[in-house]
Design a protein around this ligand. Structure first.
Ligand SMILES: *[C@@H]1O[C@H](CO)[C@@H](O)[C@H](O)[C@H]1NC(C)=O
Ligand SMILES: *[C@@H]1O[C@H](CO)[C@@H](O)[C@H](O)[C@H]1NC(C)=O
Ligand SMILES: *[C@@H]1O[C@H](CO)[C@@H](O)[C@H](O)[C@H]1NC(C)=O
Ligand SMILES: *[C@@H]1O[C@H](CO)[C@@H](O)[C@H](O)[C@H]1NC(C)=O
Length: 326
């Protein structure tokens, strides 16, 4: 009898811990079931069964203290739009919908209710329309990845109002217009900018010169004019790629940070001579100035002679190793 009582207590405790400490709150569970319904009950979410615990057995769902804090749905056949009920998961810290080529429409406004969101990754889906400015109401987001979608229109200037942003990854869309002037006044961190492979154009705001970007990739756009504000002796920039644009500035005027390891200036309208010593002091691992309007001797020294001749090719009259002697 005593053993039976002990067993009863043991199983009650087990039952309580299984049902309460691990299962998600009713609010979160209902929101997820609504999301599943809005997406027309896709097979990918068949594990989202109302009879089971959404924290431990539902695909892509993770919890902290019974609240859903992470939702990751990736690589599958999900058709339709991001359900508005996504805003009903108030403890969400990571929202990751990636490689869902049949996910269409835009980002619903209800997303702004997710004030704990730190990572917003909607990568390689088929979202379209303009990137909504209200994304900037997500004040906890550190990492914004909307790459490989069909977004059109300008970059919303309000992104500069996100105080914790560390990276803006909006490459491989169909964005137009220039870099917003507001990017000259980020309220918080200066985020890494990955804007490559869009249809962005115009001049880069001069005000960016005061920023110390870690990594900037503007390649594969239609930017024009000066690019010197991206550089600067006192910066700690590591990677800059402005390849495949129409930048038009004098190379010898640029002061490079000693920290740069990757520098791709190829396929632009950059002119003038090489700075005499500037580049020989860098520990470059990737370097490319091909397809520009450069002329004169390639400085000898540092790592500049370790690159293959093609990184200097298609200029006006560059000479010296690894090209032909001057
Ligand atoms: C993506 O959306 C476009 C229209 O915006 C459509 O033409 C295309 O077929 C969609 N791609 C997929 C894989 O669903
Ligand atoms: C720079 O961007 C171009 C085009 O997007 C890419 O092909 C190239 O590999 C990049 N360069 C480096 C050094 O990453
Ligand atoms: C770079 O830093 C040095 C020493 O800290 C300072 O003297 C110089 O004015 C700075 N240059 C620029 C362009 O800010
Ligand atoms: C340098 O850039 C040119 C033009 O973008 C490209 O064709 C070439 O492959 C690049 N070279 C290297 C070594 O990356």
């Amino acid at each position: 009898m005593k053993l039976f009582l002990h067993l009863c207590i043991f199983f009650s405790i087990l039952f309580i811990s299984l049902t309460s400490s691990y299962s998600c709150t009713l609010n979160d569970k209902n929101a997820l079931l609504q999301i599943k319904k809005s997406l027309n009950n896709p097979p990918l979410l068949s594990s989202w069964n109302p009879q089971t615990d959404c924290c431990t057995s539902w695909t892509g769902v993770s919890c902290t203290n019974r609240h859903v804090t992470e939702l990751t749905i990736s690589s599958g056949k999900i058709s339709g739009q991001i359900p508005a009920q996504i805003g009903d998961l108030p403890y969400l810290r990571t929202l990751d919908f990636s490689y869902l080529t049949h996910l269409t429409g835009n980002i619903p406004r209800t997303i702004t209710k997710l004030q704990n969101l730190e990572i917003l990754r909607l990568k390689e889906t088929n979202l379209s329309g303009p990137i909504p400015g209200y994304i900037s109401e997500l004040k906890s987001v550190t990492f914004l990845d909307l790459s490989f979608n069909q977004f059109t229109g300008p970059i919303p200037g309000s992104l500069s109002q996100m105080p914790k942003l560390e990276a803006i990854q909006i490459n491989d869309n169909k964005l137009t217009g220039s870099i917003p002037n507001s990017f000259g006044s980020f309220v918080g961190n200066v985020p890494n900018l990955y804007l490559f492979n869009n249809k962005l154009s115009g001049n880069i705001p001069e005000s960016l010169s005061k920023y110390d970007f870690n990594a900037v990739d503007l390649s594969g756009n239609e930017f024009t004019g000066d690019g010197s504000m991206l550089f600067g002796r006192n910066k700690t920039t590591i990677r800059v790629n402005i390849s495949r644009n129409k930048f038009n500035f004098e190379l010898s005027k640029i002061k490079f940070a000693r920290t740069i390891v990757s520098l791709d200036l190829s396929e632009n309208h950059i002119y003038g001579k090489f700075p005499r010593r500037e580049l020989t002091k860098l520990r470059l691992q990737h370097f490319n100035v091909s397809h520009n309007f450069l002329c004169g001797p390639i400085p000898q020294g540092g790592v500049l002679q370790t690159f293959e001749p093609s990184v200097y090719s298609h200029n006006i009259c560059l000479c010296g190793a690894p090209l032909k002697p001057c």
